[in-house]
Design a protein around this ligand. Structure first.
Ligand SMILES: [Zn+2]
Ligand SMILES: [Zn+2]
Length: 196
C-alpha cells in the first residue's frame, strides 16, 4: 500500500492565491506616467549620446524595429583612433556655392553612420527600422539612411545644415518626424560662421 505523502506547510503557503489578500496590499502608492514608445527611445538615444567623444555635439542614435533596439551609435573617432577629447577637434572649413564658409569637426563618424556600421558589423538589417537621432541628420547621413532601408527618422531638434537632408528623405519616401523647431547650437557658432 502506497503511503500518502503529506504536503509540507511551506509549499501550501507558496501557492496561496493572491486573491486571499486585500487588493490594497498590491496597489502602488505613487502615480507614474509611462513614456510613449517615441519618448522611451528618445531617452535611450540621449544616454547613448553621452558616450560620444566630440563635445561639439554629443549625438546619439538608436535604430528600432517592432519596439526592439537593433543597434546604437554615437558620434566619435573610429574605434582605436585617438578622439577629440584627447587631441582637440579636427576643424575643416567648407566653402559653399554662395561663398559662405562653415566650420566643421570632421574627426568623428556621425551617430547615424555609426549605427549603420554597427548593424552591418553584427549582421542586422535596418530595413524598415525607425532611427531616433539627436537632430535632423546631415546630408551624408540622410543619404546613408535612405540606402540602409530605414523607413522613419525621429529627431527632437533641427540642424541648421539639414535643408538637403529633408528634401532627399521626403523624395525617397522616408518619414521624417521633427518634434520641434528648436535648432541645435554649437560653441562659437555665429550668424556668418556655422559649425557642425
Ligand atoms: Zn570634434
Ligand atoms: Zn551626419
Amino acid at each position: 500500500m502506497a503511503l500518502k505523502k503529506k504536503r509540507p506547510k511551506n509549499v501550501i503557503a507558496k501557492h496561496r492565491s493572491p486573491s486571499r489578500f486585500a487588493m490594497k496590499d498590491f496597489k502602488t502608492t505613487k502615480s507614474h506616467v509611462r513614456p510613449s514608445w517615441d519618448e522611451y527611445f528618445l531617452k535611450i538615444m540621449k544616454i547613448v549620446g553621452t558616450r560620444a567623444t566630440c563635445d561639439r555635439g554629443r549625438s546619439g542614435c538608436v535604430a528600432v524595429r517592432n519596439k526592439r533596439i537593433l543597434a546604437t551609435g554615437y558620434v566619435g573617432a573610429p574605434a582605436g583612433v585617438k578622439d577629440c577629447d584627447e587631441l582637440g577637434h579636427e576643424m575643416h572649413t567648407v566653402v559653399h556655392g554662395d561663398g559662405k564658409k562653415t566650420q566643421h569637426c570632421i574627426r568623428g563618424t556621425h551617430a547615424e553612420q555609426n549605427v549603420i556600421a554597427q548593424a552591418a558589423r553584427i549582421g542586422v538589417s535596418l530595413e524598415g527600422a525607425t532611427l531616433y537621432v539627436s537632430m535632423s541628420p546631415c546630408y551624408a547621413c540622410a543619404k546613408m539612411i535612405i540606402n540602409a532601408g530605414i523607413s522613419r527618422v525621429v529627431a527632437p531638434k533641427d540642424y541648421h545644415g539639414a535643408m538637403r537632408s529633408k528634401e532627399v528623405l521626403k523624395e525617397a519616401g522616408v518619414v521624417f518626424d521633427l518634434l520641434s523647431g528648436a535648432m541645435v547650437k554649437y560653441p562659437g557658432m555665429s550668424a556668418d560662421e556655422d559649425e557642425e
